[in-house]
Write a protein that binds this ligand. Sequence first.
Ligand code: SF4
Ligand code: FE
Length: 483
Amino acid sequence: MKTAREYIDSMKRMRFELYMFGEQVTTHVDNPIIRPAMNCMAATYELAEDSKFPQYQELMTATSHLTGKKINRFCHIHQSVEDLVNKSKMGRVLGAYTGSCFQRCVGMDALNALSMVTYDIDGKYGTGYNSRFLKFLRYVQDEDLVCDGAMTDAKGDRGRRPSEQADPDQYLHVVEEKPNGIVVRGNKMHQTGAVNSHEIICMPTRAMLEEDKDYAIVFALPSDSQGIIYIYGRQPCDTRKIESPNMDVGNVLYGGQECMVVFDDVFVPWERVFMYKEYDFAGDLVEKFASYHRQSYACKSGMGDVLIGASQLIAEYQGTSKASHIRDKIIDMIQLNETMMSCSLACAYEGHREGSGTYFVDVLRANVSKLNVARFPYDIARLAQDIAGGAIATMPSEKDLKHPRIGKYVAKYLQGVERIPVENRIRMLRLIENLTMGLGAACYLAESMHGAGSPMAQRIMIARQTDVERMKGSAKRLCGIDP
Ligand code: SF4
Ligand code: FE
């Protein structure tokens, strides 16, 4: 297993074609906008280090079913219900440790979904995808790599299928078949942790029909392969990270990362292709990946832990913590946060073994879990802003606090409870600002809404997974109607 330092060093060797703010970025590891997100990914290695965090060994590591070696859980294929439960708990621990999206779940969820779907395609068509995939998986486990699980296409006109688009590149597709591989063109949007990844795994974004079969492809490539172009996504207040000093950033250690990823005629060798035109399995892969990823949103309960802690502290710093309505609001936040976590755990505990041997979450509860996540962080954020007060939106900058003439006024009039240094109050308010409307809100709110699929996708799955006929039968029986 790699240490956090070895992970950062491995990123220095990647040669991404990366653009940000209209300029090409060549030394991305030391870029002040990117580095906090990379540090966040590095935390997925750091917490797995036995010498630093022995208490997290059970959550952060697992035994490979391929080699019997100890590996990082993010590279593991779930072999039991206990593995699924530990995955949910790991997400919460890392969410609380970083206060951010730590980005590595997408790869874990893609690997697990592919371990099942490649097996199922082989079962129907006699293809050899599963052994190809397992060879790739072994490489990922042995090298302890980060994979970006890339699903979301640009989609163009949402009312049209992939093959009906005016621009055929709106969904990633194959444009040429060669003796030794294929050439692909298109785009993947909203790619979490893209330039913190060693490998990119591309999957279809929706169910496909026969006429869409050129779009029904799955492959993995080194993330810095020729022809892959990364365009860094903006986040609220992102340039605060290049101001110095850094109190105004709120979360001074970590952050998230999203990129637009362009595939400009990229070559993929056959040994890295794990689905090729088996369009009837595209929908199944989407459902499996999405269900795993909806479970992964236990990360937001970890971020919720940070926001609840910050809200309690700011109430103490401002002298309001004993007011009964503040105590009620904190309890409401805890209830919402624990409800999210409970659903993620429930879909793990109700998991089952699939034909390939991989353990899969309970689909209904995974979708209920993510639908909660699409709403509850907004409610928690509203309560946090209520407790914090208006200063989160009006405070002068750190440079004003340190200014020789006006600094004394900023300090005097932002002072709260006497024994608490004014700087602590400002830092805590900035953290709440970060999580509820700044950099961290990109992960805590917008990503909670749309990550792992927008709420409507979960509603469709919940409707499909629920046996309403059984419920109608219960109701009829109890009021004396013959069911
Ligand atoms: Fe993982 Fe959560 Fe980030 Fe998704 S939003 S990659 S589940 S930390
Ligand atoms: Fe996400």
